[in-house]
Design a protein around this ligand. Sequence first.
Ligand code: PEP
Length: 254
Amino acid sequence: MRKPLVMGNWKLNGTKQSVSDLIKAFVEPANRTAGKVDVAICAPAIFIGTVESLAKGSSLQYGSEDCDIHTKGAFTGENSPEMIKEFGCTYAIVGHSERRGYHNESNEYVAQKFKAALDSGLVPVLCVGESEAEYDAGKTMEVVNAEIKAVIDLCGIDSFKNAVIAYEPIWAIGTGKTATPEVAQNVHRQIRDFLKTFSSEVADGTRILYGGSCNAKTAPELFSQADIDGGLIGGASLKAPDFTAIIAAAEANA
Ligand code: PEP
């Protein structure tokens, strides 16, 4: 039985005040649903210490939006997985399409980030997904499977026992164009089938989140799909009532 995970991704958003308001608002639903749902927030690195203090003693989990492949050294501006772990993070998102796109992160480089996060005791959240042109050309699974295969090649299939996959069609991120439950479920099932070609145990146990304009309205039906194990939530995680409603949708389907 896979425990649903609802994870916010704040991206480049937030102030000291909004971080404080939102984390305080999320502690209660995270505590209330803790037996059934994992709730997490991935925050900009500069706010992770604040999140740590505010979430202390609660069931609210948290993580980073990215991590570097190195443990230390002359890599100005980067955050190592060890640093992230020291601040109590559970997760590190790797391979978000905004990182892949704006920072030219290849599948192999993302796999190195995945490995670095895992080696430090973090749970990597591997984002995969196709562009609109790739979707229109019927290349979704070719793209997604290649992104996953790069990780399997470097880290082995068993690495997914301590990791999460987030399927995020790029055409749905921040656009308001949520994938229909049928489209999303179809891709999630094919991702699980792909994992199954390596290990049935891993395929059955791996949480696969949906991300891409998921909101309080669309979450209930998306989360009711057999292979959708929660959501990676961008914009709606910056609004307390919306994110709380999304947590409730996951709870209802747990
Ligand atoms: C994301 O960037 O991970 C995301 C899912 O964003 P949004 O929910 O805003 O589409």
